[in-house]
Every structure is written in structure tokens, then in C-alpha cells.
Design a protein around this ligand. Structure first.
Ligand code: NAP
Length: 207
């Protein structure tokens, strides 16, 4: 073993994925290349504490859609780690579990830059920030100024852990796809065909 070799890196793609679309896939692939990630593990949220009282598609359906979407990329995997967990799913628990599974790797948690705006309210934020690097994929028009100011003021030591990058394909959004299905509008080419067919077969988002 070469002790001078840089640590290997794993990407963790966290999201509700309700449903998964091309914006997510492009973000994961760009991050994989940009940050030299060995692979990217998609982890659909189980029971998200920040979505209590909101309608979220069952974890089983969301997992199945992600599974279908990532199967043709040998660098992508899907994990049911959060879905299997009892109670609310907190990112801090996921990162701790992944550190045990991959003790030699550095973790890079990828998600929407919008989600990171709220990171200071996440459970055990200090641990969260120390357990992983963060890659925020931003939609066109996202302004990171306020977020970065807060990070600089309250957690300056973690500034080098936070990476933001633009993903033009994130103009696609899960919310918009759900509305389109409900209104009978087409969703083809916004997401993988395997996911579109799953939505059609199961009748998801129609009501
Ligand atoms: P969300 O509030 O549903 O999404 C926020 C924004 O980020 C949306 O614009 C969303 O677009 C986008 N987004 C979500 N996942 C993305 C991804 N992987 N790549 C690119 N864009 C993405 O956020 P969420 O999906 O529930 O949560 C994101 C992650 O943060 C999850 O892993 C969640 O567990 C974690 N989180 C943890 C805590 C905690 O530990 N307390 C609290 C909040 C979130 P789309 O709707 O188009 O996906």
C-alpha cells in the first residue's frame, strides 16, 4: 500500500428523489468527474424530519425509481440505508454509518444547494460538517452569498469542506414533474424513460 496516496473519495447523493430526474443524474456525474469520486451512492431519504405533514411518495417507490435510473452507470449505486432506518432519517447518522462502512475513504455529500441553505438547522451540524465534504448543486439563479456569509461567520473552519457548482440541467425539478403529471402534461425527456414508465405503470402523481 502506498501511504502517500491521496485518500479515496466516495460521493453520497442524498435526496428525496420524488421523482429522480436528469438534473440529479447530471449533478452526480459532474460531481463524480470534478471531485475524482470513485463512485456515487444515491441514498433516497427514509422518513425526512423536515417534511413532516407534507405528502411524500412511499420510500419503496422512490427507491425503485432511483434503482432503475442508475443501473446503466457502473459508477452509480443506490442504497436503502436511510429507508431501512426506523424513525426520522438524519444525515448525521447516515454519515456515521458510511464512515464505518468505508473507513479509508473521504465522503463527499452531494445535494441541492437549496437544501444546504438549511444545513445550520440540521441535527448535530458540527458533526455533520466534520464528517464529510459537501457539494451543493445549484439551479440557475441560485445566489450563495447569504449562505457563504453564514458559514464564514459561524463555521469558518469548514469553509474548505463546502463546494458549490452550477448544474444547468437542474432547471428540471421534481416539483414541476409532479405537477405536470397531475395536469396530464408530458414529462418525457425530463427524466430517464425507465422512471417515466414506472410513474405511468403505478399511476404516481396523478392525484
Ligand atoms: P429538498 O428540500 O426536497 O430539496 C431542496 C432542493 O434541492 C430542491 O430544489 C431539490 O430539487 C434539490 N435537490 C434535492 N436533492 C438533490 C440532489 N441530490 N441533487 C441535486 N438537487 C437536489 O431536499 P431533500 O431532498 O429533502 O434533502 C436533501 C438531502 O439533505 C437529503 O439527503 C436529506 O436527508 C438531507 N437533509 C438532512 C436533514 C437533517 O439531517 N436534519 C435536513 C434536511 C435535509 P428536486 O426537488 O428537483 O430534487
Amino acid at each position: 500500500m502506498n501511504i502517500n496516496a491521496p485518500p479515496k473519495r466516495i460521493g453520497i447523493m442524498g435526496g428525496t428523489f420524488d421523482p429522480l430526474h436528469y438534473g440529479h443524474l447530471v449533478a452526480a456525474e459532474m460531481a463524480r468527474h470534478e471531485f475524482a469520486l470513485e463512485k456515487v451512492i444515491f441514498i433516497p431519504t427514509g422518513n425526512p424530519p423536515h417534511k413532516v405533514g407534507r405528502r411524500v411518495t412511499s420510500p419503496g417507490d422512490r427507491y425503485e425509481m432511483v434503482k432503475r435510473a442508475v443501473q446503466d452507470n457502473s459508477f452509480f449505486e443506490v442504497s436503502d440505508l436511510e429507508i431501512q432506518r426506523k424513525g426520522y432519517s438524519y444525515t448525521v447518522d447516515t454519515l456515521k454509518e458510511l464512515h464505518e462502512l468505508y473507513p479509508q475513504h473521504e465522503l463527499y455529500f452531494i445535494t441541492g444547494a437549496d437544501a444546504f441553505r438549511e444545513i445550520f438547522t440540521w441535527r448535530e451540524v458540527q458533526s455533520v460538517l466534520s464528517l464529510s465534504h459537501f457539494i451543493g448543486a445549484s439551479r440557475p439563479g441560485f445566489d450563495p452569498h447569504e449562505f457563504l456569509e453564514e458559514l464564514k461567520r459561524d463555521y469558518p473552519e469548514f469553509l474548505p469542506h463546502m463546494h458549490l457548482f452550477d448544474v444547468p440541467a437542474l432547471a428540471i425539478s421534481s416539483t414541476d414533474i409532479r405537477s405536470r403529471v397531475k395536469e396530464g402534461k408530458p414529462i418525457r425527456y425530463l427524466l430517464p424513460e425507465s422512471v417515466r414508465l414506472y410513474i405511468e405503470e403505478t399511476g404516481l402523481y396523478r392525484i
